[in-house]
Design a protein around this ligand. Structure first.
Ligand SMILES: Nc1ncnc2c1ncn2[C@@H]1O[C@H](COP(=O)(O)OP(=O)(O)OP(=O)(O)O)[C@@H](O)[C@H]1O
Ligand SMILES: [Mg+2]
Length: 528
């Protein structure tokens, strides 16, 4: 009996420390691990190419949901629940041995009961896990909420409030169905756990008491074995409950962990290169495309570049024009290496873009895109994003060149004005001028302008165009424009249709040739 007291004292002390220390540290450890996962996840995402974001399973909305909902879920598999699980498994094993020493018959009976219950609990947990897709339902639900809130104005203008409310209600219903289904299985596991102590007691006493009456066991042995089996069954409850919690973290882990390794894509193939890969020669800015073929990975059967050939000699401005969907922006995506060229050659200063160190290549380019992208912060912060070691002088200089100084200085806080989320507190034209200033501030060898002045009124466009013309002098410029007024003075114009160049020459030559470009000119009444 004294031995029994010592064993239980030992287990008590063991439990105290093995629970106290890890649980006391759980906030610290679990938070740190989750923060590290978040940082690694983001670092991995920032290195991905365009094809990665085109996949539905790693779309922008999915990634946001993974970062905001799934990563915190992983915490439930790391905090005090993990400690409780391990602790109770250890207690369960030790107490079973103890019970076995005092009465093996009661232990076999009690243990068999426990095993039977554990198997049922495990089957329920697996079944619950397989039959429910809570993470998927929750992700879809969260994505829809973000989409609705981001686009409230468009929804109001389209008078589709009811439609989106109905869709939202349906997604709530789907989430609820998944959770109710899971709750049924969980309640079975929980109930088995809660009743296991009584069942184990019943079984062990039904074996132990007849042995006692038959004089084959001492009362002390029956008492100790019964107590130990009772505690085993309580430990089993905790194992079941904490096991359930741990299983909740599993779907989140299986979604997030494969993405942490940035060198593996979602099909398990090796993708990205290290930061040091590739050559870093000085870049002068001569761009040549020779018979490029390209189809987006998401639509492999549709050729977007189909034998595309053009040249942008160092220091010259070339223009790409043509119908919508012809493949103009795709050329920029290939040059910036968001996608690899599938056949043909795309070179900068004679070196294929694929051979360059990616940072080095992108450091020598700047893009003003179709939709100017600004970040929450001040005007100054946004422009400084373009320059690594820039100061306020560089910001002012770039703004002057982009014809943005006038409107910025009229704002009460000037360069310190907050632009709002995605630049929401500025007009389209103001955003575009800040994006141009940011590009100019980078002092790139290759300036890429994709409809860079499309949001400006004709007065501002003229002024920004002049600024762009002067900023273009010492660099190669590839300019895409629907408004031909902005590219008439280009050294060479390529008319792109169906992924290939169908006409090329200067403005005067192309107008003289009276082809597709001339037709476009006539439409825009530009003929001088
Ligand atoms: N990420 C993508 N995945 C699949 N297809 C794409 C993707 N991006 C563009 N496309 C398709 O590639 C084609 C060329 O698109 P691109 O954006 O290059 O046209 P564009 O000439 O710039 O048109 P616009 O003048 O309207 O800007 C289009 O048919 C478009 O639908
Ligand atoms: Mg485009």
């Amino acid at each position: 009996m004294l031995a029994y007291s010592f064993i239980n004292l030992g287990i008590g002390v063991f439990s105290f420390f093995t629970i106290l220390i890890p649980v006391a540290l759980n906030g610290y450890i679990a938070e740190n691990v989750v923060d590290a996962i978040k940082l690694r996840f983001l670092a991995s995402i920032l290195k991905r190419d365009g094809a990665f974001f085109d996949k539905p399973e790693t779309s922008n909305a999915k990634l946001v949901s993974m970062m905001n909902s799934d990563v915190p879920q992983i915490k439930s598999g790391l905090d005090h629940r993990l400690v409780m699980f391990v602790n109770n498994v250890v207690a369960l094993v030790v107490l079973l041995i103890e019970a076995g020493v005092f009465c093996w018959q009661m232990t076999v009976a009690g243990f068999s009961m426990c095993v039977f219950l554990v198997v049922i609990m495990f089957i329920c947990m697996r079944y619950s896990h397989l039959r429910t897709n809570r993470v998927q339902a929750m992700t879809t639900h969260a994505n829809l909420a973000v989409e609705i809130i981001e686009n409230v104005r468009t929804i109001q203008l389209l008078n589709r409030e009811e439609y989106f409310s109905t869709r939202y209600e349906a997604s709530i219903h789907e989430v609820r169905t998944q959770y109710i289904c899971a709750a049924v299985f969980e309640s079975i596991v929980f109930s088995i756990g809660m009743s296991s102590c009584f069942l184990a007691d019943a079984v062990s006493y039904s074996v132990g008491v007849p042995l006692l009456y038959a004089g084959k066991l001492k009362p002390g042995n029956v008492f100790v074995a019964a107590m130990a089996i009772n505690v085993v069954s309580w430990a089993l409850q905790f194992v079941g409950i904490t096991g359930l919690e741990l299983m909740r973290a599993e779907p989140a882990c299986s979604a997030i962990i494969p993405l942490l390794d940035e060198s593996i894509d979602n099909d398990g193939n090796s993708t990205t290169e290290s930061e040091d890969d590739g050559v870093s020669p000085p870049i002068n800015g001569s761009v040549v495309a020779e018979r490029i073929e390209f189809a987006y990975p998401a639509r492999p059967n549709i050729k977007v570049a189909n034998g595309l050939t053009f040249e942008a000699p160092e220091g010259q401005m070339i223009a790409l024009v043509g119908p919508s969907g012809g493949g103009k922006s795709t050329i920029i995506a290939l040059l910036e290496r968001f996608y690899p060229v599938q056949s043909g050659k795309l070179t900068v200063d004679g070196t294929p873009v694929s051979k360059f160190n990616l940072h080095h290549l992108r450091n020598h380019m700047a893009l003003v895109g179709q939709e100017p992208v600004l970040f929450a912060g001040t005007i100054k912060d946004n422009i400084l994003l373009g320059i690594e070691d820039g100061g306020f002088d560089d910001v002012q200089n770039a703004c002057r060149l982009a014809n943005a100084t006038g409107f910025i200085e009229k704002l009460p806080l000037g360069y310190e004005t907050e632009v709002g989320e995605k630049g929401a507190m500025l007009s389209g034209g103001q955003k575009q001028r800040i994006a141009i200033a940011r590009a100019i501030a980078r002092n790139p060898q290759i300036l890429l302008l994709d409809e860079a002045t499309s949001a400006l009124d004709s007065e501002s466009e003229k002024a920004v165009q002049e600024a762009l013309n002067s900023a273009s002098k010492s660099r190669t410029v590839i300019s895409i424009a629907h408004r031909l007024s902005s590219i008439q003075d280009a050294d060479h114009i390529y008319f792109i249709e169906g992924g290939r160049v169908v006409e090329s020459g200067t403005h005067t030559e192309l107008v003289g040739a009276n082809g597709k470009y001339a037709g476009l000119v006539r439409k825009q009444r530009l003929n001088k």
